[in-house]
Design a protein around this ligand. Structure first.
Ligand SMILES: NC(=O)c1ccc[n+]([C@@H]2O[C@H](COP(=O)([O-])OP(=O)(O)OC[C@H]3O[C@@H](n4cnc5c(N)ncnc54)[C@H](OP(=O)(O)O)[C@@H]3O)[C@@H](O)[C@H]2O)c1
Length: 330
């Protein structure tokens, strides 16, 4: 299949400025953590990427270890980019990360300069890119001085292999420390990638304040709680869902408890009263948070991406709806 771009691709997407940087991110971004591995048909991967780009999703998020096997999502993305989308590279924000175990021995994990610089080199080769737009440290490292990790991020920008840097999974205090060092270094630190959804509101207890104060943008990952915040698990576990796939260990039957399902059912009813699917309401809900520039979704099929982008047709919540949501989530 040859890609023919939709000439209206920027018509319906909303773009939000990321902190006080020069970059605007699509309100919905696509992550390749799952469904872009060597277990997933490349044709479906291609169709999803085409659909996303055609709907104005200009931001694609990867990490060195996305797969399985680790690295395969970058290889598959790189292949589709090269074969079909190369002409559109400058219309995209492509990010990758390092911070989790990637190769054997003491240098393929955590936050040393050695690991970060080598890992980004490997990522660029896998994707066939000269640089990424955003490079993240994927998780804080309790054993490497933060100064070293932050200096590595700075080096990466100075050497031209990333344009901007971000951090992920850092809590409020760790973020404050990182901001201080990165500002001293004058490193273009523009984004924090944090878990945020109706079922995971930890960032509201300190982190969002730090981000707002320092004009750092937030991209909210797992905004649909891996699919829990949709109607898909209301009547059991569908065979083709993430929870049913044994090569994806991140969502299991035990995560789909009756107390969670009770909340999901009530949220689903409320979404219906707004004329939205639960997935759509859950996405616009994370975008209500002031520092959140983008909701970083995953998808297993193009129709989900279409449905999720249509969430932007109704982004307003009444005070009463917000109250009802808080009641349900209590
Ligand atoms: N920085 C970090 O540490 C970190 C950690 C995790 C994720 N992330 C990033 O966040 C991205 C998103 O993570 P995620 O995939 O868990 O996010 P998510 O959006 O919460 O969940 C995506 C899953 O929800 C289901 N889904 C999506 N739209 C749907 C719809 N309209 N109707 C029904 N089901 C729908 C699909 O499940 P099925 O597959 O069952 O169809 C899809 O695979 C990742 O790709 C990655 O880029 C970052």
């Amino acid at each position: 299949m040859r890609y023919v771009a939709n000439t209206d691709r920027y018509r319906d997407m909303v773009y939000n400025r990321c902190g006080n940087s020069g970059i605007q991110l699509p309100a919905i971004s696509l992550g390749l953590w799952n469904n872009f591995s060597d277990n997933d048909p490349i044709e479906n991967q291609r169709v999803m990427l085409f659909k996303a780009f055609d709907l104005g999703i200009t931001h694609f998020d990867l990490a060195n270890n996305y797969g399985p096997p680790a690295g395969s999502a970058e290889i598959n993305f790189g292949r589709i980019l090269r074969e079909d989308l190369a002409a559109y590279r400058d219309e995209m924000i492509i990010s990758t990360k390092a911070g989790f175990r990637m190769w054997d021995g003491p240098y393929g994990d955590w936050g040393s300069r050695k690991y970060l610089v080598a890992s980004l080199d490997q990522s660029l080769k896998r994707m066939g890119l000269e640089y990424v737009d955003i490079f993240y440290h994927h998780r804080p490292d309790p054993n490497t001085p933060l100064e070293e990790t932050m200096a590595a991020l700075d080096q990466i920008v100075r050497q031209g292999t990333a344009l901007y840097v971000g951090i992920s999974n850092y809590d409020a205090d760790q973020t404050k420390e990182a901001v201080k060092i990165l500002q001293e270094q004058n490193t273009p630190f523009i984004i924090h990638q944090a878990a945020y959804s109706m079922l995971d509101r930890k960032i509201e207890h300190g982190l969002t304040e730090v981000l707002e104060k320092n004009s750092i943008g937030c991209i909210a990952f797992v905004p649909l709680a891996q699919g829990l915040l949709t109607n898909k698990y209301l009547n059991g576990i569908p065979k083709d869902s993430r929870a049913a796939k044994d090569y994806i260990p991140f969502l299991n039957e035990k995560d789909i408890s009756s107390s969670v399902l009770q909340k999901v059912k009530s949220l689903n009813d409320l979404a219906a009263s707004r004329g939205q699917s639960l997935a759509q309401m859950a996405l616009v809900w994370v975008l209500q948070q002031k520092s959140v520039a983008s909701a970083l979704i995953g998808a297993s099929r193009a129709s989900q991406i279409e449905e999720n982008v249509r969430a932007l047709e109704n982004i307003q919540f009444s005070a009463d709806e917000m109250k009802q949501i808080n009641e349900i989530l209590k």
